[in-house]
Design a protein around this ligand. Structure first.
Ligand code: 8YV
Length: 325
């Protein structure tokens, strides 16, 4: 019997349930080493596939998209972010592209709060002290030990009030924080939920005792949090980033953390990751995580299923629900 399944290049090892569903419905070529393929690596393996399931670790600039063999008709990314794909080049080439919005909103909002609390309550310093077996040596508990910054009653500025920004805002509201935000356009009152709109990022920074970054990485948002931006923020502010690393200028944030001008930062994403600026390793008021915002079994399965839903729709001749190009 002929095998009529579409052929799929599975460019990473995704969670087992996702791999099983892909193998059931597609004729798969799998990156069984889970290697960090470059665009050239993908091109070299795409000669006999109809579509590619990729992660955001592989970059698809125009030259990679143009280099994909003509048989490749769709690129589904296992991510909500799509700054790694040149959508104009994809449109010009007739390559259909999809992403995985919605399904990681709650997981990333959870990590936002984890980082906000870990940074503001000095979790890294406290953890390093006790696991370094120093608590007894320094005389145990003291009334002034590891005093952090309370969140209740403080202003949380949300930069980028999309799905994830709003989910983070809902959690922060439950902690008694007051929400302000900047977004390209003002939200309707039902989405604002009483949050105060600022029509420029600068206006938002001025009031943000806590700042959480949820905007996309674009040429306009690159280094939005730079020396000038930090200078606008209240003394001892706290910065959280679960979006993309390049929105922060590390050469501005790290000295501000060292001086205490910014009391603490909670970071899940880094410019040039996984090659993290090594100064963060020495900066104890930086609570850092290796891009685990969406890393729950439930969420990573849902991301894979959403990517496969988009591929399935395309191969049924329907419009993928998350089509970007
Ligand atoms: C993913 C993410 O872990 O979806 C995104 O945009 O940043 C992360 O949650 C990663 O990019 C998966 O490819």
């Amino acid at each position: 019997m002929p095998n009529n399944k579409p052929r799929l290049l599975v460019a990473r090892i995704f969670p087992q349930d996702v791999m099983d569903r892909a193998a059931r419905d597609y004729d798969c070529i799998v990156n069984s080493e889970d290697a960090n393929w470059s665009g050239a690596d993908v091109i070299a393996r795409a000669g006999e596939v109809d579509a590619i399931l990729t992660s955001a670790r592989t970059k698809y600039p125009a030259e990679v998209i143009q280099g994909l063999p003509a048989n490749v008709r769709m690129l589904a990314t296992f991510s909500v972010g799509y700054e790694h794909i040149d959508l104009d080049a994809a449109k010009a080439r007739g390559l259909v592209v999809s992403n995985t919005p919605d399904v990681l909103t709650e997981a990333v909002a959870d990590i936002t709060i984890l980082l906000l609390l870990a940074a503001s309550r000095r979790a890294r310093e406290a953890f390093e002290m006790i696991t370094g077996d120093n608590w007894l040596k320094i005389g145990g508990w003291k009334p002034t030990q590891f005093l952090g910054t309370g969140a209740q009653g403080k202003v949380l500025g949300i930069l980028g009030m999309g799905r994830i920004g709003r989910a983070a805002a809902a959690r922060a509201r439950a902690m008694g924080m007051t929400i302000h935000y900047h977004n390209r356009s003002r939200l309707t009152p039902d989405l604002e939920q009483g949050a105060v709109y600022h029509d420029t990022p600068q206006s938002l920074l001025k009031v943000s005792q806590f700042l959480s970054i949820h905007c996309e990485s674009t040429p306009e948002t690159r280094h939005l949090i730079n020396t000038d931006g930090i200078a606008l923020m209240p003394e001892g502010a706290i910065i959280v980033n679960t979006a993309r690393g390049d929105i922060i200028d590390d050469d501005a944030l790290i000295p501000a953390l060292e001086s205490g001008r910014i009391a603490a930062a909670g970071l899940d994403v880094f410019a040039g990751e996984p090659d993290v600026d090594k100064r963060y390793f020495m900066t104890k008021n930086a609570f850092i995580l290796p891009h685990i915002g969406s890393a729950t079994v439930e969420t990573r399965n849902a991301m894979g299923f959403r990517a496969l839903d988009n591929l399935d729709a395309f191969f049924r001749g329907e419009e993928p629900v998350d089509r970007l190009a």
